[in-house]
Structure formats: C-alpha cells, structure tokens
Design a protein around this ligand. Sequence first.
Ligand code: PDD
Length: 274
Amino acid sequence: KLILLNGELLSREQASIDIEDRGYQFGDGVYEVVRIYNSHFFELDAHLERLERSAHEIKIKLPFTISELKQRIEKLKKSNNVHSGHLYLQITRGVSPRNHAFPEKAEPVLVAYTKEYSKEPSRIPGRAMFTDDIRWLRCDIKSLNLLGNVMAKDDATVKGYDEAIFHRGEIVTEGSSTNVFIIKNRILYTHPANHLILDGITRRKILSVAASLDIQVKEESFTKQQLLEADEVFISSTTQEVRPIIEVDGQPIGNGKEGDVTASLQAELERHIS
Ligand code: PDD
C-alpha cells in the first residue's frame, strides 16, 4: 500500500519524515480521519473544511488548495484500491531547527495513508468511565497533540472500559475520541460545538438525521448526573459510527441495553452511507 507524502505516492519504506519535523517534536499539526465506504469517501468535504479550519486556527497555511488535496487523496485511494476502511491524513507545520517559535520559512508536510477493513456491525454496546477533562481549552482544533486523550483512553482500557467520557466540573464534554449524546424523554442532548469539544462530522450527521426522524435535538450541555439518569447514552465517531453505552462507572444506563432511539439513529445514518 502506498503513502502520500506531499505530492508523491511512495512505499512505506521510501517515505521518510525529518527528525526536526514539528509534528514529530511538538505535535505541531492537524489531522483528519475519513471513512471509506464502497470505495467512496464519506463526508469528505466536511472533513476537508474542518481540516482547513484547524490549520487556520494554528496559523498553518496550506500549500495547496482543497481541490488539489482532494485530487491527491483520490489518487491514493485508487492506487491502494480501498473498498472499505479509512484515510488518515495529517499536516504538520514542517521542518525547521527546533525552536518553540513558529519558523518563518517552513513548508507544511502532508502525510496520508489508507487502512482497509470491512464495515463491522458498529452497535456493539460499550461500557465507559468518567474522567476529569484535563485537556487544553481548544478542543475544537483537531490537533496532533492527543496526550490528554490517549492518557484517558489508556486509563479506561487498563480498567476494562471501552471509552473514557470527559467532564469539566459536573459538565460532560466528549469522549476520548468520540462525541457523547444522551436521550431523555425522546429529546437528544449533546454538548454545544464550542471550544470544549471537537465538532464531530458524525455528530453533525446525527443531528441532521435526528431532525428527519422527528427526534427533538438540544445542543445543550448536561451533567454527569443527567447522563447517569438518561434513558439512553451513545457515543459517535467516524470509525465507531453510533455506539450505545449501556453502563458508566458500573451503573447501568436506562434498562442496560441499547435503546430504540440510538438504534433508529444508527439505522438512519446507514441509509446515508453510499
Ligand atoms: N476521532 N471528539 C474527539 C476528541 C475525537 O478525536 C473524535 C474523532 C471525535 C468524533 O469526530 P468525527 O465524528 O468527526 O470522527 C470527537 C478520530 C476518529 C480519531 O482520532 O481517530
């Protein structure tokens, strides 16, 4: 399988990253994960728009247009003959002698590659734990700096949970690599898309399909207690789609099984997958 490095398609052995790439030394870059279903990218424009926004927020100027980028990744997908799986894409600020200040002259470095895997039944119910959200205050940027996220996920994994759900004070924000939703009396709640969460592409899709299913949506924050007392809880992401959470910190949610609203949202989401 080939790797896209800037404009070139290379074998993994040929592709090399400089030791002074700022992505490597500072986590100074942004990324996206885009799902591929039936050989097509899912919601590609939304992902690329978010990538452009993330780059802009950290003052990385993309050295190519979005349509050039699209051409390159389409070529990569075709060369690798990916039917089902995902694309990982990252852009770092580039290579420069190590110094915290942004270099005046550095060419952003683009790396992208694909992963092939079959579409799995995504609704395997999961168990989660709460964890203090100790991350920074710009979680809206899809940055390569994921230490807060990976440490939370590791803590959850070691303790036998499937996901760590962050909270700031009593307020639930998001999961370590997912957005979090609760359903109470058929109303769907999720944290508003501000600086405290990543505005997930799957999240946006769920909010729009909810409207088409006549499910009332409230982009309002909720507390840990409200989550524990919800009828249903689920998490969402590009790779996990909609995943029911049936237990948090050992306490069952609702009747401890996947809820009807969660199931209907995933079913409706599937109808949008080309
Ligand atoms: N994670 N919140 C965080 C912190 C995330 O890392 C992600 C995605 C999401 C969901 O966003 P989306 O629906 O656009 O995938 C929310 C990706 C998949 C990852 O890091 O692998």
